[in-house]
Design a protein around this ligand. Structure first.
Ligand SMILES: [Zn+2]
Length: 245
């Protein structure tokens, strides 16, 4: 029996705010303006909503002060993120929906799915720790799985790297990456790094070489397999992700 940290009765708008504040805070961003930009709303609406969320004990807020979630607000945000990422995983793995289409569906469904249905989906998926993009799925108790990864842009050349997470949201870029074989679990290596922050050329196991620009290489998170060169496709199978077992 798991305890699900769910706050019943929060509206979709409130849940979107909590999620936005959570994501922005994790990047050290606490301004009302950033929330307004992320949600595409006016700053006055952010102020009004934050006042409301503060009254409900979900947000720490005062005029002209940084905005952050209270522990309760944080748990509620994690509950929404859990629903979102379980839904994405279910749509991708059970319904074969491509990884560039699942986000849009999950954005809608995350506000309406019952805890009972969600936990059935999680059960069916074997309680996954990562979604199709490699984003960590908060556990039912609100804890996040750990993973030791770093951006591809800074990885050592010629080492075998395993892709863990693709922090790209534009569907066309996700389709491109999938088309060239860059997705969580793929093994790649940096063949060449152009000087002056130029493109990074990667070799993809069982595939071709591709040049990725710096900003894209920054959004792909990898881990390094110690002491192994990138072998042919029929070589050793990829090592299991320790965080997933
Ligand atoms: Zn998503």
């Amino acid at each position: 029996m798991v305890i699900v940290i769910e706050e019943p009765g929060l509206s979709p708008a409130v849940e979107d705010y909590l999620k936005a504040i959570y994501h922005l805070s994790s990047h050290g961003e606490h301004s009302g303006q950033a929330i307004a930009e992320r949600l595409g709303v006016a700053q006055a609406s952010v102020t009004a909503m934050c006042r409301r969320l503060q009254e409900q004990g979900l947000v720490d807020w005062a005029p002209y002060r940084p905005i952050s979630l209270t522990p309760r607000g944080q748990q509620s945000a994690l509950a929404v993120i859990r629903r979102h990422r379980i839904l994405e995983t279910f749509l991708h793995e059970v319904l074969d929906m491509p990884w560039d289409e699942v986000h849009e569906e999950a954005e809608v469904l995350e506000h309406h799915i019952s805890p009972r249905l969600l936990e059935r989906m999680a059960d069916r998926l074997g309680d996954p720790h990562f979604d199709p993009h490699g984003d960590p799925i908060p556990a039912a108790d609100g804890t996040l799985p750990e993973s030791d990864t770093h951006p591809l842009a800074g990885a050592a050349p010629n080492a075998t790297l395993t892709v863990h997470r693709v922090r790209v949201s534009r569907p066309e870029v996700l389709r491109y990456l999938d088309g060239i074989g860059i997705r969580p679990g793929a093994r790649i290596a940096i063949i060449e790094r152009a000087p002056f922050a130029g493109p990074v050329t990667v070799g993809i196991e069982g595939g071709a070489r591709h040049a990725l620009d710096q900003s894209l290489a920054q959004q792909i998170e990898v881990s390094q397999e110690p002491g192994r060169a990138l072998g042919p496709r029929h070589g050793t199978p990829p090592a299991p992700d320790p965080a997933r077992t």
